[in-house]
Ligand binder design. Structure first.
Ligand SMILES: [Zn+2]
Length: 201
């Protein structure tokens, strides 16, 4: 058992190394358009599901010209992290939490995540995503990927950026998820442009 665990740890470290390498090689090709999402998984969300969610989200951002790479981290800085613009990519933090506990009062009880405009932090509630996946009968990684895509959108776009029929729709309901699972749900072209402009700043 102990050996098996050790092998798994080594495999994980190798995987992290190759992600960093990937960000490194992308940097030269697509300077200023890379979003490095550092993921703090305190809710114990399964890695395989998270990899599916990363792909789902990356696909949505790739359609308007941004590259998204997730990297797992053990801690999130207290203040606003450094922008990383000089390195050719923008660093964002994704905290995976459980709804149980904090934030209960301030937020809509149905909210699956939140992020503030101009912030570098996105939080998602894994238990809310699990509930939504069960109720809507949509795979968890699809819901997870789109919730992160939507919440990260809030950090780039103005406060009133909800737009029906797009990733930024205020209502994530049956129709939203039907489109999402078919890959038909995108940012509006003007929102994509605004995100790219924000990344170059
Ligand atoms: Zn929203």
């Amino acid at each position: 058992m102990e050996n098996r665990f050790r092998y798994r740890t080594v495999a994980m470290i190798l995987a992290l190394g190759s992600l960093a390498g990937m960000a490194e090689s992308l940097k030269t090709r697509e300077a200023g358009r890379i979003i490095l999402v550092k993921v703090l998984n305190t809710a114990g969300a399964p890695l395989e599901m998270l990899q599916g969610a990363e792909q789902q989200m990356a696909q949505v951002y790739r359609r308007f010209g941004a590259t998204v790479v997730w990297q797992y981290t053990a801690e999130v800085p207290r203040g606003e992290p450094s922008l990383g613009a000089a390195e050719g990519y923008a660093v964002y933090y994704l905290r995976i939490l459980r709804r149980e506990g904090a934030y209960r009062k301030e937020l809509d009880p149905r909210a699956a995540g939140y992020a503030a405009p101009g912030s570098r932090f996105v939080s998602v509630f894994y238990d809310r995503i699990q509930d939504e996946a069960a109720v809507m009968d949509v795979p968890e990684h699809v819901i997870f990927g789109y919730v992160v895509a939507h919440e990260l959108g809030h950090t780039f776009l103005p406060a009133n950026c909800h737009a029906p029929g797009s990733v930024m729709s205020a209502h994530m309901e049956k129709e939203y998820w039907n489109k999402a699972r078919k890959g038909w749900l995108n940012f509006r072209p003007e929102d994509g442009k605004q995100i790219l402009a924000a990344l170059r700043r």
